[in-house]
Ligand binder design. Structure first.
Ligand code: NAP
Length: 270
């Protein structure tokens, strides 16, 4: 039984992960952390997510929340994640980081951090999306001269555009073709822009309704097109990936891993 603490318990993803943990026979909820001063501190984590009491109260002391955990799952804010890493290292607790939005320098610092515990960093925990990166790389390499365009759609509240997942998909295509994504990326088009150039990878963002997340890679040649498309219908897909990562990372050598490691996509697909 893997004992998991959830960091960011009151958020959309934190609640989804708590629900998934309580429903699973392979995991135990060991702790739940909220921001200092949050109104949910002291509440039972089960009740918080609309389930029966689970005898785990939401707390705001990281050391206490991690005390009996094998692994923590972090869906908070970039600045909170950086703080939570130290707490996990002090507690000897593995870590799964789902939080996104770390600036490039912070992300670089995460990669260069001398990890004292095993950790997984995955900006998109969905198993399908991580498989899509690998499939995209294979298709882009085989259809080397086809025009690559990425279209992503998200709910009306999403702040950033294009999504981190769309950019990562673009990187997968560019890397497979021996290109540097930054120099071939075309983020959106407007009247008066230059026509498409040979190597560019277009990325377009749509914001509408309550769409959880859709990503399509179009590879278009003369006379035919191939589309690879992922649709996230529910945040449960991200929670499922987070639990898979949590089970995988326990007992590994201290280092920073990605979902590609968790899913064993290192060979063959990329
Ligand atoms: N990797 C993936 O697959 C994936 C999927 C979905 C989302 N995400 C990312 O995950 C993050 C969370 O997303 P969300 O939709 O759940 O956002 P959210 O609903 O805003 O939840 C974030 C939670 O973190 C809490 N928090 C902030 N600082 C904290 C701290 N120091 N200690 C403990 N809790 C703290 C917030 O509390 P307050 O509300 O009280 O401030 C809030 O409850 C975002 O970065 C998002 O982009 C990743």
């Amino acid at each position: 039984m893997v004992r998991v603490s959830v960091l960011g318990a009151g958020g959309r993803m934190g609640r989804e992960v708590i629900r998934a943990l309580i429903a699973s026979e392979n995991f135990t909820l060991a702790g739940a952390l909220a921001r200092h001063g949050s109104e949910i501190i002291g509440q039972d984590a089960g009740k918080l997510v609309g389930l029966p009491d689970c005898s785990v109260a939401v707390g705001d002391d990281l050391a206490v929340v991690l005390a009996t955990a094998n692994v923590a799952i972090d869906f908070t804010l970039p600045e909170a994640t950086i703080f939570n890493i130290s707490g996990c290292e002090a507690a000897g607790c593995a870590l799964v980081i789902g939080t996104t939005g770390h600036e490039q320098s912070a992300q670089q610092a995460l990669y260069e951090h001398s990890w004292k515990v095993p950790a997984v960093l995955a900006p998109n925990m969905s198993i399908g999306v991580n498989l899509l990166y690998g499939l995209a790389a294979v298709a882009a390499r085989m259809l080397e001269n086809y025009d690559a365009e990425i279209v992503e759609t998200h709910h009306r509240f999403k702040k950033d555009a294009p999504s981190g997942t769309a950019l990562r998909l673009g990187e997968a295509v560019a890397t497979a073709r021996g290109q540097e994504f930054g120099s071939v990326a075309r983020l959106g088009r407007a009247p008066g822009d230059e026509p498409r150039s040979k190597n560019e990878i277009g990325v377009s963002a749509v914001r509408a309704g309550d769409v959880v997340g859709e990503h399509t890679l179009l590879l278009a040649g003369d006379g035919e097109s191939l589309e690879l498309r992922h649709v996230a219908r529910d945040r449960a897909s991200f929670a499922g990936g987070a639990l898979k990562a949590a089970a995988w990372v326990c007992g590994r050598q201290p280092a920073l891993y990605g979902m590609r490691d968790v899913l064993g996509l290192g060979e063959g697909l990329t």
